[in-house]
Ligand binder design. Structure first.
Ligand SMILES: [Zn+2]
Length: 481
């Protein structure tokens, strides 16, 4: 796409599955991966004469998510019926919220400095799932089976304003939004299991124009990579249509992952196609402001705040901070270690990211599979900071003991002869002697030939057969020259 000629306008609709134990209007389990049609009852299979009852936990989660996205929680909202026919929708309609959503007018500040406004957050129930069976490449599927385990699972739909202007920004928005939902504890954020699903609305307009172009809605975009690729594909497709003098049609398109393209699915429905009307079986949702405030107060720390602490207070760089924040368990472990040893958070971060998680990932295990705990990391960091052992020995000689032994690291290092010479006095004396031995080199170093520092370090290390603490050697050298 010619970026000098067209601008991309993107709005995202994200369906997030709320992490409740039971469904939105009945007490069936929401467990993923259960035997097909085992988590069902007369309510979620829409037998006649049943009545829905709202899951309070789902409401609480929706409020939490909305508040974390800086939305106004509406004290009055209501449920509506959205009618459409689909084989995995037994009622023939979905209970959703139409003109009075539970929350509106929020925003998300992205880490690239941009802001994406959020139009609304509403609650709704999920549909079931069709399983197309007997499929092969030549003939397509022979028949389809329906699994209603997912029918009635609570969702929130988060609708952004069309503020997103590129594929990268869209991806970042989804990533950061997902992380917020994870931190609030309202959604497990699992894209593969469909806990987070994204529809992309995208149109192009001539650069600088205020008039929006005709948009296409892309469904089934279920990974961060797919979001980016689908948008790039649409930018190209739509710009080619416009370039050749054609018109983009308003339609719903499907992202085909395997072929890396979008295909036309159906012409886009308008709201009136769904014949919304107020759900007669549920009363309007009138919330008590005090209760809403209590829920909002219980939100806890969000990723952006945490990142700020890591960068400003602990002096981590953006990348170090991001790695710790992105993985909630890793971040928690880091915080726990800092409680035991707060002198050098950067050291702790580097041990966790470069040693601990490198090992866990390589061996496909988690912390629980090992004996490692926060005190032990603190002990290791302290020993490294004090120059008792060098960085080089940790991965080489200490790794198994670090994860699986319960003996003190100090004792292990002593027994294995891994301790460095960290006698400051002895090292200083040696440094002095070396400096005197090489007056010419010293003069050159002082004149700015920085490279010679390595020469001196090398000479000193030779005297200690490589066992002196590099940290102390460097400090002593800096002090004496
Ligand atoms: Zn049920």
């Amino acid at each position: 796409m010619n970026k000098n000629k067209y601008e991309t306008v993107i709005g995202l609709e994200i369906h997030a599955q709320l992490k409740t134990k039971t469904k939105l209007f009945c007490s069936c389990s929401t467990q993923f991966g259960s035997e097909p049609n085992s988590n069902v009852c007369p309510i979620c299979t829409a037998l006649p004469g049943v009545l829905p009852v709202l899951n309070q936990k789902a409401l609480e989660y929706a409020i939490k998510a909305a508040a974390a996205l800086n939305c106004t929680v509406n004290l009055y909202s209501k449920f509506d019926r959205k009618q459409y026919f689909y084989p995995d929708l037994p009622k023939g309609y979905q209970i959703s919220q139409y003109d009075k959503p539970v929350a509106s007018s929020g925003y998300l500040d992205l880490s690239d400095g941009s802001k994406v406004r959020i139009h609304r957050v509403h609650m709704e129930e999920d549909a079931g799932k069709l399983v197309h069976a007997g499929a092969d490449r030549l003939h397509g599927s022979d028949y389809s089976l329906v699994d209603l385990n997912r029918a009635g699972t609570p969702l929130i739909e988060i609708v952004s304003e069309p503020d997103i202007t590129s594929a990268e920004q869209a991806k970042l928005y989804v990533q950061e939004l997902r992380l917020i939902l994870l931190y609030c504890g309202v959604c497990d954020g699992n894209l593969e299991e469909g806990s987070l699903r994204c529809d992309v609305n995208i149109s192009l307009k001539p650069k600088g124009s205020n008039v929006l172009g005709t948009r296409a809605e892309i469904k089934n975009v279920n990974s961060f990579k797919a979001i980016q690729k689908a948008i790039e594909y649409e930018e190209k497709r739509q710009s080619e249509i416009l370039e050749s003098g054609g018109k983009v049609i308003q339609e719903t398109r499907l992202w085909e992952e395997a072929k890396g393209r979008t295909i036309s699915m159906r012409s886009k429905e308008e709201a009136n196609d769904y014949r919304y009307f107020p759900e007669p079986d549920l009363r309007p949702l009138v919330l008590d402001k005090n209760i809403v405030d209590e829920i909002i107060k219980s939100l806890g720390i969000l990723p952006a705040q945490k990142k700020e602490t890591y960068i400003n207070q602990y002096k981590l760089n953006t990348e170090e901070a991001y790695i710790l924040i992105e993985d909630i368990e890793r971040g928690k472990f880091f915080d726990e270690c800092i409680k035991h040893y707060s002198t050098n958070p950067k050291r702790i971060a580097s041990i966790i990211n470069q040693i601990v998680y490198a090992y866990l990932n390589e061996n496909k295990i988690t912390l629980i599979d090992t004996k490692l705990n926060a005190q032990r990391i603190a002990e290791l960091a302290k020993m490294l900071d004090q120059g008792i052992i060098g960085d080089n020995v940790v991965k080489k000689d200490l790794l198994e003991d670090l994860f699986y032994s319960e003996e003190s690291l100090r004792k292990i290092c002593k027994d294995k002869g891994l301790e460095q010479i960290s006698d400051e006095k002895a090292i200083k004396e040696e440094v002095k002697a070396i400096i005197e031995e090489f007056p010419n080199e010293l003069a050159e170093l002082k004149a700015g030939k920085i490279k010679l520092k390595a020469f001196f370090v090398g000479q000193i290390m030779k005297r200690f057969k490589g066992k002196a603490s590099a940290l102390i050697v460097n400090n002593a050298l800096d002090e004496l020259i």
